[in-house]
Structures are given as C-alpha cells and as structure tokens.
Design a protein around this ligand. Structure first.
Ligand SMILES: [Zn+2]
Length: 240
C-alpha cells in the first residue's frame, strides 16, 4: 500500500445525528491498518487534540478548532496550541459554528494566521455558511494566508465545480478530497487547479478510510500523481 498522510480527520466523539467517534488509540490502530503515517486532526474541544498530539508524537498533527465568535479567546487558543503543542494550523467550521466564511468576524483569526504563517482549513459545501464562493472571498481578502477548502465543495456537484473553477486563479487555495463523491473531480482538480494543491483526507470518523482511499485510487491519475495527493503534497504544505 502507498504511504499516506491524512490531511483531514477528527479525534473525539461526535454525538447528535452523527453518533461517530474515534479515541486517539482507536485512530492510531486504524492508521496502522491502512499505512497512514500521520493524521491532521481537529475537534471542537481542542484539549482532546492536545492530548492526542502529546500521546502520539509524529502520528497526529493538530489544528486549533477556532470559533470566531469567541473573539480574543479563539486567537489565544491558536497561539497557545502552536507554541505549546506544535499545532500546524487553524480549523474553521462555518456550518457548526454558524458564521459565513467571508464574514468580518473571521478577520482577527485570519490576521493571526497571516502573522504566524498558519494555514486555515475550512469546511465547505453547506449553504448558507460554507459555500465555495464565500471561502474564495475570504481567500481574496487574505491573499497571504493559505486556505484549504476541506471537502472541495462536498456532496453537491455544483459546489464541487465551483470549488475547482474558483480555485484555479488563486494561488493561496488548496483542495481536500474527503466526502466528495466524484472520483473524476479529483483528477480534474489535480490537472487544472494544480498538482501541488490537492490533498487526500478521510474525514474519519465520518467516513471509512477504505472508501475514501478507493475514490482517489480510481480517479485515473498515474501512480506518481497519487503519491503527491496521498502523501507528498500535504507533507510539503505543512513542512512535516
Ligand atoms: Zn471534517
């Protein structure tokens, strides 16, 4: 099996409608099963990720889950997680925290990201909060911040196409594949947005590793391209 880095996953339990979860121990066991060297993880309670990163050095890379409505506290959590726990970026979830991706409430976190040279991973694909055009407007407002559009539009073909088309002319936008159903669009993104700008992710525990891997494996790209999508691109992007 090809070596992998999972660019998008979550440790912790998601209740409510989802009712899915992995502890850090469970996730590492699954990562071993599927040759996943490292997982980039986030969770609403950052303490869960801080603990996972400390327990399994090198296996987990943390992103600080930042709710823009928390104001200074959100910014402080980012600074602390980077300095004390070696976190590598910020996770924004416009749907779960109910803000529009390009709202001014996000700007203090984006300014922090710019100052600290941190990438910002943003959930995409759910109206009205996380549509590709809103994320692209944020990217245009902060051209020196690297933005990862997680799920590259997610389950809706129109949003997926918008994610690809709008990313082409923005050097600071990157696409992540999890939960996006069309294998052909992984190939299209690689060929038209950029060979360095597509990352494979699982969104575990929401999706099964094997299902997420298979879609990328069959997308029609040569082995050398798959190696970049599964491993090389995110390794370079996060300096792992
Ligand atoms: Zn996710």
């Amino acid at each position: 099996m090809m070596k992998k880095i999972d660019a998008h996953a979550h440790v912790g339990y998601f209740g409510g409608w989802a009712d899915v979860g992995y502890t850090d121990d469970q996730m590492v066991a699954e990562m071993d099963r599927y040759d996943i060297e490292t997982s980039v993880v986030s969770y609403m309670d950052n303490a869960v990720v801080e603990k996972a990163v400390q327990r399994f050095p090198g296996r987990f890379v943390g992103l600080t889950w930042a709710n823009p409505y928390d104001g200074d506290k959100a910014v402080e959590a980012v600074v602390r997680d980077v300095r004390e726990y070696g976190f590598k970026g910020i996770k924004l979830h416009p749907l779960l925290n109910a803000f529009t991706a390009n709202d001014a409430v996000v700007h203090p976190l984006m300014e922090t990201a710019a100052q600290m040279d941190l990438p910002v991973f943003i959930h995409s694909g759910h109206p009205p909060f996380s549509l590709p055009h809103s994320i692209i407007q944020l990217a245009d407002d902060f051209p020196n911040v690297r933005i990862v559009m997680v799920h590259m539009g997610h389950g809706n073909g129109i949003y997926i196409q918008a994610a690809i088309d709008l990313s082409k002319k923005r050097d600071n936008v990157f696409l992540e594949t999890s939960g996006m159903p069309m294998h052909t669009k992984i190939r299209e993104a690689y060929n038209t947005v950029g060979s360095d700008r597509v990352f494979w992710g699982s969104d575990a525990p929401f999706h099964h590793y094997r299902v997420e891997m298979l879609r990328t494996e069959v997308c029609g790209l040569p082995e050398s391209a798959l190696e970049k999508i599964f491993y090389g691109n995110i390794k370079t992007f996060l300096s792992l």
